[in-house]
Design a protein around this ligand. Structure first.
Ligand code: ADP
Length: 568
């Protein structure tokens, strides 16, 4: 995305609040207009009041100035309220939009990005983008008005002195442009190093156990210091640059005022200009030269906003999961992989022309060595990824056609990688479904969790990702979750790898009772389960090497025997 496109998208964002912006601009216009009267009033205070000796007029004019200040403050309040409102609304809109998008992103995004990095990028970018409604941005509009008004004031008072002011403008422009360019470079560097830091931070905190076990805290601390120093350096450079910017700005304004005083003094002594006019002129010249910084500073402001806008929309343009969107109610039918091929990385095929039939209501096991593609098949069946070739059918319908919500209502996965939210056992099992405790307790009994629940209760908070539980307890919660959600297709992904022999028997029992009517797909190498399923599919390096019943395969397939031996 180029700068033009980023600005266009930002303007579209503001367009949603155009009515409020019109009110703000009207407020700015009125208050700048009133402010512009002040130097003219001051001139009369000086010339007719003090020098002309008209005390009554002087008091009237001073009171008029005070009234203008009071009205301006009131207008300012109204304007600020509206502006803060827009800024908050933009921030909320962007946060909402990005969260919804993040949740719909394809899972491969999460393989390369950790939470800290995602949170940091989104927060930084949204903060920067919402600053488009900052007081400084609207200040630029005020400044543009006051520059135009100030210019009129200058021409009214004296054309010769005005030429001096006009000559000063290009000099200031050149200096300011240099600063804006420098600022952009440093800002880009700062953003990218803070992003790198967030990525590193998320990775390090995620691996805190390894840091402890392998005693690499010292090394990690060295990395931390190195990254922090880099970021602090960038921050220092930014602060110093804006200091230099301010200093140079005020030196230049000072030089101009000095020249104006000298030229003004000559004109006063030659009786060609009044004292009040010189003071009013100097005030107007500040109205003209001051805004140059603010107006050119828009580049300075945008130098932070534009890169963030580009990055935010690059994130928003990342591909979401494809949702067929068809909202027809699905019912249980055969699940069929037809010549399915798949690659995570270009041309590196993990599955090659795989044909598998998971018959409706029957139990099928998928076995194969590590890396043979078993989990990949589950990823495809749950629509986390899409086949590169071939198709997956539920009955006659391609599973990519129904809406994701509709389709995922058909499939449960009981996996060794279950994620548990930092919440109670009850909430982790029900996941927002309203269920009576008696039903939950039955599910817990059937999943072998009953004794543990008696010990700690359903209200036990499991910690982040179930940190307060054992691997086996987590898997049993996964099973209870699947039983409660009662979907027609259940996939067990090495679901008994962490459970004890007793629980394994219990799960086995379920296949013939609670799960009797369901289509069950099991990835396991446990003989106890393999001997009970209807069919076994043997995968080898991404192709189906054999399919058959247990009794058939046991005689002809060495792979099955080796796998079962290892598992036991
Ligand atoms: P299995 O479940 O049979 O052990 P997987 O289906 O998990 O095997 O993996 C099959 C192959 O795909 C492996 O070689 C693995 O390295 C690769 N793989 C798995 N997930 C990804 C991924 N997200 N990106 C790239 N390669 C992957």
């Amino acid at each position: 995305m180029d700068n033009k496109e980023a600005v266009k998208r930002l303007l579209l964002l503001l367009n949603r609040h155009r009515k409020t912006i019109v009110v703000i601009i009207c407020c700015l216009f009125i208050s700048t207009g009133l402010n512009l009267c002040i130097p003219l009033i001051s001139r009369r205070v000086m010339d007719d009041g003090f020098i002309g000796g008209d005390k009554k007029l002087l008091i009237e004019l001073v009171l008029a100035s005070m009234a203008i200040y009071a009205i301006n403050s009131l207008i300012d309040m109204i304007k600020e309220k509206k502006r803060v409102d827009i800024s908050a609304k933009i921030q909320y809109f962007l946060s909402d939009q990005s969260f919804t998008h993040l949740m719909k992103l394809r899972v491969n995004y999460f393989n390369n990005t950790n939470y800290a990095e995602t949170l940091n990028s989104i927060n930084t970018d949204i903060g920067q983008m919402a600053s488009i409604a900052d007081s400084s941005v609207f200040f630029v509009i005020t400044q543009a008005f006051s520059m135009a008004g100030g210019m009129i004031g200058l021409f009214i008072i004296d054309i010769r002195m005005t030429i001096l002011v006009l000559l000063f403008i290009p000099v200031k422009c050149v200096v300011m442009k240099y600063f804006a360019k420098k600022q952009k470079q440093i800002m880009d560097g700062f953003i990218s190093s803070s992003q790198e830091y967030a990525k590193w931070f998320g990775d390090t905190v995620g691996g805190v156990r390894e840091v402890k076990l392998f005693n690499v805290l010292g090394k990690k601390h060295e990395e931390f210091v190195c990254r922090q120093i880099h970021m602090i350096e960038k921050q220092k450079q930014m602060n110093m640059l804006s200091q230099w910017n301010m200093i140079l700005d005020s030196v230049m304004v000072q030089i101009l005022s000095t020249l104006l005083y000298i030229l003004g003094a000559n004109l006063v002594f030659d009786m060609r200009l009044s004292v009040g006019s010189v003071f009013a002129f100097i005030t107007y010249s500040a109205y003209v030269t001051g805004p140059i910084s603010a107006i050119l500073n828009i580049g300075y402001l945008l130098s932070g906003i534009i890169p963030s806008t580009k990055r935010y929309y690059a994130f928003m343009d990342l591909e979401e999961e494809t949702d067929g969107g068809k909202c027809t109610a699905l019912c249980l039918d055969d699940l069929k992989l037809e010549r399915v091929s798949f690659a995570y990385e270009k041309d590196k095929y993990i599955l090659k022309d795989v044909d598998i039939l998971f018959e409706k209501g029957r139990k099928t096991a998928v076995i194969g060595r590590n890396g043979s593609g078993k989990t990949t098949i589950i990823n495809l069946l749950t629509r986390m990824y899409e086949p590169a070739g071939g198709r997956i059918l539920l009955g006659e319908e391609d599973i990519s056609e129904p809406s994701l919500t509709e389709y995922r209502n058909m499939v449960s996965v009981v996996s060794q990688q279950i994620y548990l939210f930092n919440d109670t056992i009850r909430n982790n099992i029900c996941l927002y479904k309203t269920v009576d405790d008696a039903v939950i307790e039955t599910a817990c009994r059937d999943s072998g969790l009953e004794d543990f629940i008696k010990e700690v209760s359903l209200d036990y908070v499991v910690g982040q990702n179930g940190a307060m539980l054992s691997g086996g307890q987590k898997q049993k919660i996964a099973l209870a979750r699947a039983l409660i959600h009662d979907k027609p297709i259940i996939i067990f992904d090495e679901a008994t790898s962490n459970t004890d022999a007793y629980s394994e028997q219990q799960i086995n029992g379920l296949l013939n009772t609670r799960l009797k009517e369901k289509t069950v797909i099991v990835i396991t190498h446990k003989k106890e389960i393999l001997s009970k399923v209807d069919r076994i599919v043997v995968l080898k390096e991404g192709i189906v090497a054999d399919i058959g019943e247990y009794d058939e395969l046991i005689g002809r397939n060495d792979e099955l025997n080796i796998m079962m031996e290892k598992a036991d």
